[in-house]
Ligand binder design. Structure first.
Ligand code: GLN
Length: 555
């Protein structure tokens, strides 16, 4: 139990909040868990956010953003589910590798122990060996914080998530309900022709939980309309929860409005009641929530203007693929009191179509990405931004392509390319061979494994005094950003060529070898970075690069 100012809160022991999902996916379990975290933080409780994902991959690093959405990168380099982005943005905490687990990782651990001989004599089973490993993950470090919030990925009833629910059942037996609360996020479809909200899917998903021995304490019900009293009563009766614990989660216009909305619906109060936490100073928390999260409503209401930022990418059909980027752009709008609209442009469209869509936009972002597919369209967009003085921000692959574009079209190096795209030509973007990584010498080449072998997580970058990047980052000499890439631009090998192409290296790795940030002097705002600044942007602390991109348009 950490030192918590007693005037704000009172809790007897560290507790667990489990968030499960019913009926179907995409209801926003990650946002629900994050909002619970945000409300607890408003009352000065210390929290830790964990997620258990049911898939068998070791991490989402090898999954397609098309199907699974963005891969979020933590400070320590853990490649994790995009929900960790919500956790960090809503609660302002920093998550780490120990907060994220998948079925793949759990089995990997159990199998390694079996080979070592840790279970000599036993046959290894889901119960207890796999469930013990899950419980160890959930309970590790729980005493260091007031609340551990655990989101269970997937939908209750999926075969893959069964061991997780079973582990919760066992933990309830061990810790008792006084220290555990189960919040089940569910959905009440509104049938227009009947003019009615239907409860049956929720009843069924709660039965699934009960059949494994877990009784939800709170039903958080997604709904298009207010839930009438009789429907709450019915849900309470059939699902065996208190009526006041049936909480409405109305669709919101903006996700940052949800914490305040949940508070007004009494979700945090229901949690405090469950744990017998006194109501003392609830008023302080209410004011804090209204000031902080209510301010987002004011920002949205008061922001005017129409800033259009074009994002040219390959995964534009699934917006979750760029979720942190979308959020960072929104935060940049908050910082400038403007409403920002994103124009999603498919990098694989015809050149003429791309150029037509770029006409009149306020700024262009070329985000991170992988493989040669779609790079022609992105190169066109970069050329367009350079030639037409449109504010431009390149991120990761976006920076590598800005380098290639300048080498080809300004420095006359017509074969300039990346090792990722081809084995022929001038490799201005390439494997670095060996270099000093975070954990000693790192080697990255074409024969290496694909999973977990990129330059991942936080790395320092030295900024060039007097550069735009230096100014954007508030005059700091060294900054750090999160990375996720396999290829690099060598400052030593290509510094002179870049200069010829009108590019200034304004950020460089600590050892002086790797290009981290580039910019153009002859342009109102042309900045590109090898890192992923979007992962560190927060609604109440927008990232300076996004803030400046939008300000560049306004100016
Ligand atoms: N594909 C590039 C690399 O691996 C860029 C990766 C990215 O944009 N995240 O280096």
């Amino acid at each position: 139990m950490t030192a918590v100012p007693q005037e704000i809160c009172f809790v007897l022991m560290s507790a667990f909040i489990f968030v499960t999902g019913g009926v179907m996916s995409s209801l926003g379990k990650g946002i629900a868990a994050s909002c619970i975290g945000a409300l607890l933080r408003a009352r000065n409780f210390s929290i830790r956010m964990k997620k258990l994902d049911p898939y068998i991959n070791i991490d989402p690093g090898t999954m397609s953003p098309h199907k699974h959405g963005e891969v979020f990168v933590m400070e320590d380099g853990c490649e994790a589910d995009l929900d960790f982005g919500h956790y960090e943005r809503f609660t302002d905490i920093t998550c780490s590798a120990g907060d994220s687990i998948t079925t793949g990782k759990i089995y990997e651990k159990v199998i390694a122990k079996e080979r070592k001989g840790d279970y000599l004599g036993s046959d290894i089973q889901v119960i207890p060996h796999i469930t013990n490993e899950i419980k160890d993950f959930i309970t590790s470090g729980y005493n260091d914080v007031d609340f551990t919030i655990c989101e269970i990925g997937g939908t209750v009833g999926d075969i893959e998530s069964f061991p997780y629910i079973e582990a919760i059942r066992q933990l309830i037996l061990e810790f008792r309900k006084e220290r555990i609360i189960c919040v089940h996020l569910t959905y009440l479809p509104f049938i227009k022709t009947a003019g009615e909200l239907k409860t049956k899917p929720t009843q069924h998903s709660v039965k699934q939980l009960q059949s494994v021995g877990v009784q939800p304490d709170i039903l958080l019900c997604r709904s298009e309309i207010e839930i009438p009293d009789d429907i709450k009563e019915k849900l309470a009766m059939f699902c065996n929860v208190k009526k006041e614990n049936v909480v409405t989660a109305l669709d919101a216009e903006n996700i940052y409005l949800i914490p305040h909305q949940y508070h007004e619906e009494g979700l945090d109060k229901r949690i405090y009641d469950h744990f017998n936490i006194s109501e003392e100073n609830e008023q302080i928390a209410t004011e804090r929530i209204a000031n902080k999260w209510g301010s987002v409503a004011r920002l949205i209401r008061n922001s005017s203007g129409n800033v259009r930022i074009a994002i040219i990418g390959k995964y534009t059909k699934l917006q979750d693929a760029y979720i942190s980027l979308t959020q960072a752009v929104m935060h940049g709008g908050f910082a400038n009191d403007v409403r920002v609209e994103i124009d999603w442009i498919n990098a694989e469209d015809e050149k003429a179509e791309i150029l037509k869509r770029l006409g009149g936009v306020s700024g262009i972002i070329v985000p991170g990405g992988f493989s040669v597919r779609g790079t022609d369209g992105k190169l066109e967009a970069i050329k367009f931004a350079r030639e037409n003085s449109v504010p431009f921000l390149g991120i990761c692959l976006g920076m590598q392509l800005a380098v290639i574009e300048a080498c080809r079209n300004v420095a006359g190096l017509s074969t300039a390319t990346s090792r990722e795209f081809s084995d022929d030509g001038e490799m201005v973007v390439d494997f670095m061979g060996s270099w000093d990584g975070r954990e000693g010498e790192e080697i990255r080449d074409s024969t290496g494994n694909k999973g977990g072998t990129m330059r991942l997580g936080r790395y320092d970058c030295r900024l060039t005094p007097g550069s735009r990047a230096h100014e954007i980052y508030g005059g700091k000499g060294t900054i750090s950003e999160r990375h996720r890439h396999r290829f690099e631009v060598s400052a030593q090998k290509y510094g002179a060529t870049l200069e010829k192409a009108g590019i200034i290296i304004s950020g460089i790795s600590e050892d002086g070898k790797l290009v981290e940030i580039i910019e153009r002097e002859d342009h109102p705002f042309f900045v590109a970075t090898q890192s992923h600044p979007e992962f560190k942007s927060r609604p109440f602390d927008p990232h300076p690069l996004f803030k400046s991109l939008i300000r560049a348009h306004i100016e």
